[in-house]
Every structure is written in C-alpha cells, then in structure tokens.
Write a protein that binds this ligand. Sequence first.
Ligand code: ATP
Ligand code: MG
Length: 370
Amino acid sequence: MQESIKPPVEVRYQEELEALKNTDPDAKKPDNWQMSPKAVRTFILGSEKPIEYQGNKYQIRKKYFGNDALVERCIVTLAGNRGLMLVGEPGTAKTMLSELLSAAISGNSKNTIQGTAGTTEDMIKYSWNYALLLAKGPSREALVPSPLYIGMEKGILTRFEEITRTPAEIQDSLISVLSDKVLNVPELGDDGFLFARPGFNVIGTANTRDKGVNEMSSALKRRFNFETVMPVNKVSLEKQIILNEVNMLAQESHVDMQADEDVAELLASTYHELREGVSSYGHRIDKPNAVMSTAEAVSVYYQTMLTGYYYGDGHLNVDCLVQNLIGAVSKEDKDDLEKVKGYFNTVIRDKSSKEGGLWKQYYEARKWLK
Ligand SMILES: Nc1ncnc2c1ncn2[C@@H]1O[C@H](COP(=O)(O)OP(=O)(O)OP(=O)(O)O)[C@@H](O)[C@H]1O
Ligand SMILES: [Mg+2]
C-alpha cells in the first residue's frame, strides 16, 4: 500500500490487529465482530505480556490513557442495540477512540459521515448515480450508499463525526434506523427495505464546546448511550501521551529525532496546571479560555521538534517551544496571553528557582510573551 500522511488505524496497527484476531481465545463474540470484546479492550488499553503469533511476539501498545472503565462500557454498548455517543471537550481523543473501536470491531475505521452544517439527509441515507438512474431506473446498482447504508449492509460500524454540527432535523433521520434497524428506499418498492446485518451500530462524537450549535433531539438522544470523555487528569499520563504521539508522528514523517522526557513533562505540567487553574506548588492560576487539550500539547511539541529538525541543530529549542505555546494559547482570546504571562511570572518563576535546569531556560524564554 502507498504511504499516506495519516494511515487509518487498521493500517497503522495492522500487525497488532492480525495477532489479536488470530490468537483470540474467547469464543464469546458478537456476530460479525472481528474479535471478542476482551480482545478489543486489549487492543485499546494494551497487553501486559507480548502476544505470540506465527513465531513473532507482539507487544500491544496502550493507545488510550485515562479511564479504562469508560473503554469497557463503550465496547459493551456497541455489542448492544443502542448507539454510542462520545461527548466532551475538544482534543480529548473522542475521534481517536471511535477510530480504534471501529478498526478493532469491524476492521474498518473509514466508514464515516463527517457532520457539518451542510450535511444533508442524502449523505446520511443514500443518493443516486443519475446517469445510471436515467439509463436503468431505480435499482441497487444506481443507488449510491452512504456510510450508514454500508454499515447496515455489511454489518460494520458507522462513525458519525461531530454530529451536533449537523442540523437537528437532519440528525433525526438516524432515529428510525437506530430503533428499527431498517432503512427504507421507497424508490425500490418492495425490495427497498435494507435490514441491518448484525455488527452494525453507530458511534457518534460531539464536542461540548459546540453545544448549542445544533442540539440533539431528545428522541435521538434516547437511541444512544452517552459517554463523556474527560481530559487526562494526571501529568504523568499526559507526559506519556505526548511522548508516544510525538515519537510516532516523527517516525511517520521520517524525522530523525526523539521526544525528550523532561520537555514532555514540562509541557504536560504547563497544560495540566493552566487547565486546572492550580499549580503543583499550590498557586491559584487564572485559567485561559483557550482549549488546553493534550492534542494541543502534542502539536506544540511536534511543531517545535520540526523547527529544530529543519532549521536548528537537531535539538529542541525552549524559546521556540514558548513561541509555539503562545501561538496555541492566544488564538482564541487575546486576554489569554496575559494569563500565561501571569503563570510564567509566578509558577514558572518559583519552579525555576527551585528546580533550575530546564525550568530556568523555560522561565527565561518568557521574554517572548511580551
Ligand atoms: N486520553 C488520551 N489518551 C491518548 N491520547 C490522547 C488522550 N487525550 C488526548 N490524546 C491525544 O490527543 C489526540 C486527540 O485527538 P482527537 O481528534 O481524537 O480528539 P477529539 O476529542 O476528537 O477532538 P475534537 O472534539 O476537536 O474533534 C489524540 O490523537 C491523542 O494524540
Ligand atoms: Mg474529533
């Protein structure tokens, strides 16, 4: 397969998925699932011991950090007859989780509807290839299936990204599909009933910051089990995510650099403290309005790494890190910059005098905040 900038999960983790699928000891598996719920859990949360398959050992990497019980509940929901709705702040890995679940359960994370203000009912149900429609009349051949249609036909998961960006009346076309598991194509007459095969279900994601753009109707809400995905709340976990993600991005872009543990920790604690509004020394901090997500921390680090790689001497530059941090924090609200300044002048100052080293460099880089 040709290289791509971001391969789908089933390609990125092809070997892990093959190993899990073929060594899955658990016979208790919902119809049409590629692997058992236990194996899906292992794929997302990692294995303690490497898995042996065809003479090789595969260590299954932990991909989602934070709430293990949430992952289990998501898997169980998908085995039942209600959809799964992942809601939360931006950058809390809702999309990532839905891709991991789809790749493990259905072997396909690409069967996706992208919700926008312009999403129409056709995009959710089906549309027509007009040349074929005119030539042959309405037939399955002339029908252009939507990801939802494909999910029902093949018995695989359909992802619906950013569902609340879609107007509520359009979202509601999901209601009958989710409750009756049947989609009617009136143009096809008696043959126009598509009954969903086992394995079909829907994973929706919705961003709580966009709440109010388009609410979901209560009828639709009842067809989903809601799970709120929270930001990681431990600096050590956030540091681990930054290290893993940055190293993976670098490897995939053939950037020959490794993420540094101390810098990842510094960035993780900055994001954690600004998000929580309190420092590890007990200072109260004025919280910025900007989203302080782990995903943002990963991109600030990676951006700095790329600058060091292409323009610098292959080392990570703390000045550049602070510049990128400013860019990320101040993009929504200019007052946020003042809050970050305040953070540097209190928390980072104290850490600099107590810990020295990298913290001192970080404190000195506050000149870019001017
Ligand atoms: N708990 C976590 N475990 C592992 N990675 C995480 C976690 N939280 C955030 N990340 C990182 O942040 C990224 C989150 O991006 P993702 O696009 O999945 O977020 P999202 O919740 O869908 O955001 P949005 O609402 O903006 O669409 C992941 O790819 C991963 O790098
Ligand atoms: Mg998303």
